[in-house]
Design a protein around this ligand. Structure first.
Ligand code: ZN
Length: 289
């Protein structure tokens, strides 16, 4: 895992590509509620939401996840960041996110590529991949990523690339860390990415934090207590299951379902090899590590 040597703070409350702008922003004018025009133009908040994270330039995995989401049928697709880094198709993934996702956060790998974070924070292979990405990514993709932020609390569930108290760097992988994060988190339910491990942590009233990994098919009722959930990684899963991951969250019933999808790993691995990136980056895709 890419443990950082320091933890720069990137605080923000803006979402770069949420063009639906649905929550708490525009209230319908009560005087014109009976106007058909107003009814038609009032934004409807999404209920069934697909949450995905850590695409990491893996186009075949991203396409497979979006096809599975399409089959399921959702109201919105939210991406928790790290569209690029590690994988060899950053532009294709940014273009697809721009087209398919209703909201995108920025992750630490994206931040390095757009020069908002120093590359010295990265492990060797992550730094090699980030350097390659910086040298090969299109300006249009950089422009898109530059406008994003690592946190968005404008929805019923809080969204953070890494963690509620450190949206860029902190890995939420233990009950101790999750306790601090739940203490710092304003929304009752939060979604994080960054670790590429599908999991959850929860705290019922007055109780201790407990949590576990969430293999594909896990279904949980989040309607009671505080929760942090991680959908797992799309483009570089690290929980032993090489299949691409995403999370279906119903914001009305608070039912969460963790999904895994097969994708042609050979295609992603070949792209990494052809780009001249370290073999370790393609090998690990087969093991989900
Ligand atoms: Zn990542």
């Amino acid at each position: 895992m890419d443990e950082p040597v320091s933890r720069p703070q990137h605080q923000g409350r803006r979402t770069g590509c949420d063009d639906r702008d649905t929550y708490g922003q525009r209230q319908p004018d009560t005087m014109s509620l009976h106007s058909q025009d107003t009814l038609e133009s009032t934004p409807v908040p999404p209920v069934r939401v697909a949450i995905l994270s850590d695409v990491h330039g893996n186009l075949p995995a991203f396409q497979a996840v979006l096809a599975d989401i399409d089959k399921e049928g959702v109201d919105a697709i939210w991406c928790l960041g790290d569209l690029v880094g590690y994988g060899a198709q950053p532009d294709e993934c940014v273009a697809l996110a721009k087209e398919a996702c209703d909201l995108c956060l920025i992750g630490n790998h994206d931040l390095v590529v757009v020069d908002r974070l120093d590359i010295s924070e990265f492990s060797m292979n992550a730094a090699i991949a980030a350097t390659w990405t910086k040298e090969n990514i299109a300006k249009e993709s950089v422009d898109f990523l530059t406008a994003l932020e690592p946190v968005d609390e404008a929805h019923p569930a809080g969204l953070y690339h890494a963690s509620p108290r450190d949206p860029v760097w902190e890995y939420v992988l233990s009950s101790t860390i999750a306790t601090g994060c739940l203490d710092a988190m304003t929304p009752r339910v939060g979604a994080v990415g960054h670790s590429h491990v599908a999991l959850y942590f929860t705290r019922r009233a007055g109780g201790d934090v407990s949590g576990d990994q969430a293999p594909g098919g896990t279904e949980l009722d989040l309607s009671d207590g505080e929760w942090i959930v991680n959908p797992g990684g799309v483009g570089q899963p690290r929980d032993g299951d090489p299949r691409a991951a995403w999370l279906l969250l119903d914001l009305s019933s608070w039912r969460a379902t963790w999904r895994r999808v097969e994708y042609p790993i050979d295609d992603a691995a070949r792209a990494i090899q052809q780009a001249g990136l370290p073999a370790a980056l393609s090998d690990r895709l087969y093991y989900g590590q």
